[in-house]
Design a protein around this ligand. Sequence first.
Ligand code: HEC
Length: 107
Amino acid sequence: MKSGRTIAAGFIVLALTAARARAQDPAEQGRALLQENCARCHAIGKTDTSPLEAAPPFRVISQSYELDRFGRYLQRGITSTHPDMPEFRFDEETAAAVVAYLRTIQE
Ligand code: HEC
């Protein structure tokens, strides 16, 4: 019983450390956000195919947008390119994290 509790506590410490490590890497944080909010339609990696054919893969996004400007679009909301979509709005830090990730996958 006593050793069982010790093991459980060990897991909790581990999880918190992992969360801190993720938060310290903006690109990884950005990837997680895109995975959660966008990946059901858009390809978010270097070689994957968009689940929704009409949605452009994010690795070509710098062909349409200058990435610094894209960060500001994310903060204003990107409804204009998404007529059928719920509005996405990112705060400054989140937008920067997304852009940091996008830079790592551009072709
Ligand atoms: C329900 C499906 C869906 C989801 C979820 C989705 N998108 Fe899209 N997105 C599309 C489709 C379809 C298009 C292309 C047609 C259009 O422009 O309306 C598109 C186009 C875009 C474009 C324009 C690309 C260009 O080259 O002009 C951007 C930028 C974009 N999406 C960003 C995002 C981001 C960021 C997210 C997540 C926060 C997201 N999308 C989530 C379906 C989706």
